[in-house]
Design a protein around this ligand. Structure first.
Ligand code: GLN
Length: 590
């Protein structure tokens, strides 16, 4: 279909005649159809198949082919953002630089595509409906009854086109959360069907992710569930161009043939995405299946880079994988916390450790420490901090958290790390726990605590931020997103960030004395205690510019004892581990 008779142009012609019609064109000023290509990734059979990983791997391959890409995740839920979601149910709440609290998949995109995303890369049904209702109240629909089609679908398409324009990306990767069968996705899928009509087939590529069952009692792969999943997608008017088959083992040719015949997708575009031990192996697996060239040809695009350059980029990933696969050392690090039984709730921390592990050729095992058991006396602190072989773990991380559950156990872990010279990295709540521990046991401040847990404690060494006090209430009251931090010269932290080395350039470094990291908190170190703490040897090496908010603490005499009020795990990238994590891991190895 050429650009002139694409659906969008037909629609424009009708609109120009000013007659009443059934199309709805939410305006995106300056949008040029055909300029941006769209790749849609949807899942069938079940959720949790790793659509984000497949989608970001496709993005990575397209980047390697010389194209710029930007992702968007369409979430089915009615929450406006992920800020109030329980990480136990939904995985970690990932925070973007602009303060958007979103799904952890956005973290996968940022890490793999080495990019900084914004709230425009994340939409929920909650956002869609609140825009629609706001516009309706303003009379924005000019007397029309507001309908799912064309108005709600129109709003979905408007957001996609706005992202295409604002990001200036060549290709937008659209990931629909959940699965095709979910009721809450039906409007998204309808909008995407319309999008293909309006943009023209050569501008939209549909990738369906499906699941091939391999029940133990049968010992063979079964494609029926996958076939039915694809059928429901086709029943909704979307025909897949590519089918990615998730499976424990390599999907057999026979099963791929069945999927192919059932969905009219040629065998070359039915690929096996079987389990691998690191998600970073997926791009190579897809490259081997020639998926990038298949997608480019569907979108009538040619690679902009030559084979040699593509190989060089792939080698970087291979190098990383080799480092993970052939570690020279192995260590165990303990992570404390409330949601320790679900790995997803600390996904970015696990990844940040993997990045540092690859950079140091070390396999890092994580021991999750349930701190409530320490405070209940069920578990002795020394036993809690032992690895599988009965040796003391090499380092301790206290990650972000909220509320009083397990707090005393966390404080006990910090104390153990401080007193026994074990590397310690405190992340957000872990920074606050270090303050409390130091206040109680070094500054001898009786009943030192955070007012989050003990509002009437004698020594509120951690207290609510004055700016947050005014906006109490659940949701929307946190200090969120990327902020610059003034880092003191000649400190452990300034050395870790290599601020004095002009030759080192990265997205965290802002200037010789500033770094940019991401925050999500309401409480802070109470500056009234600053002098007392500093007198006892704690160094506050980072603070907010123009505010007395302390953001980094360190103990210079200790092997490695650093706490930060922010979340360095959100800025760690595959080929550029966050410097604090790297420093911590190096100290643990020593
Ligand atoms: N609960 C603490 C606060 O609100 C820490 C938050 C966090 O760890 N993300 O300040």
């Amino acid at each position: 279909m050429n650009e002139n008779n694409s659906g969008l142009n037909i629609l424009k012609e009708i609109s120009a005649k000013k007659e009443e019609h059934e199309f709805y064109e939410a305006e995106v000023k300056g949008y040029i159809p055909g300029k941006t290509k769209f790749i849609i990734i949807m899942g069938t059979v079940m959720s949790g198949l790793g659509k984000g990983i497949v989608s970001s791997s496709i993005g990575k391959l397209l980047q390697i082919n010389g194209y710029t890409v930007t992702p968007i995740k369409l979430e089915g839920y009615l929450n406006v953002d992920s800020g109030t979601l329980n990480p136990y149910r939904h995985g970690e709440v990932y925070v973007l630089d602009d303060g958007m609290e979103c799904d952890m998949d956005l973290g996968t995109y940022e890490r793999l595509l080495d990019t900084t995303l914004t709230g425009k890369n994340f939409t929920t049904n909650g956002q869609i409906y609140s825009s629609i209702l706001q516009l309706e109240r303003k009379g924005g629909f000019l007397g029309r009854d507001v309908q799912y089609i064309p108005h709600v679908t129109g709003e979905v398409k408007r957001r996609l086109r706005k992202l295409a324009m604002d990001s200036k990306a060549d290709i937008v990767l659209i990931e629909v959360g959940g699965t095709v069968g979910d009721l809450e996705n039906s409007v998204y899928i309808e909008a995407l069907r319309e999008l293909e009509y309006e943009e023209g087939k050569e501008n939209v590529c549909n990738v369906a992710l499906t699941f091939i069952l391999e029940p133990k009692f049968l010992g063979e792969q079964k494609s029926k569930a996958g076939q039915l999943g694809l059928r429901s997608l086709m029943a909704m008017g979307i025909h897949p161009d590519v089918v990615a088959c998730r499976c424990h083992n390599l999907v057999t040719e026979k099963v791929r043939e069945k999927i192919s015949i059932f969905s009219n997708v040629p065998m070359d575009r039915v690929i096996s995405v079987h389990d691998v031990d690191s998600i970073y192996k997926i791009p190579a697996l897809m490259k081997k299946a020639n998926l990038d060239q298949e997608i480019l040809s569907l979108l009538k695009l040619k690679p902009k880079t030559d084979f040699y350059l593509q190989q060089k980029e792939l080698e970087k990933i291979e190098y990383y994988i080799k480092a993970i696969d052939n570690p020279k050392k192995e260590i165990t690090i303990g992570i404390t916390g409330k949601y320790t039984n679900i790995r997803d709730s600390y996904a970015s921390i696990a990844k940040a450790l993997e990045h540092s592990g690859a950079a140091t050729n070390t396999k890092i095992n994580i021991k999750w420490i349930e701190t409530t058991e320490i405070e209940d006396g069920k578990l002795d602190i020394v036993d809690a901090l032992k690895d599988e072989n009965g040796n003391l773990i090499k380092g301790i991380i206290v990650p972000g958290g909220f509320g009083k559950r397990g707090v005393e156990g966390k404080i006990a872990c910090v104390r153990f790390a401080r007193e026994n010279n074990i590397p310690y990295l405190g992340l957000c709540y872990g920074f606050q726990m270090a303050i409390i521990e130091f206040g109680r046991n070094v500054c001898k401040l009786e009943d030192a605590h955070t007012t989050e847990v003990s509002p009437n404690c004698k020594n509120p060494v951690v207290d609510i931020l004055p700016e947050q006090k005014k906006i109490e209430g659940l949701g929307g009251n946190m200090r969120l997103g990327g902020r610059n931090i003034d880092v003191k010269e000649n400190t452990i932290t300034s050395k870790l960030y290599e601020l004095d080395n002009d030759a080192v350039k990265n997205s965290i470094k802002q200037s010789k004395t500033q770094v940019r990291e991401r925050f999500r908190h309401r409480f802070e170190f109470n500056p009234e205690y600053l002098e007392q703490f500093e007198k006892q040897g704690i160094v506050f090496s980072g603070k907010a510019p123009q505010h007395p908010i302390m953001q980094i603490l360190e103990l210079p005499e200790h092997k490695f004892f650093v706490g930060v009020q922010y979340h360095p795990e959100f800025t760690s990238k595959m080929l550029f581990p966050n410097p604090l994590f790297l420093g911590f891991v190096k100290a643990c190895i020593e």
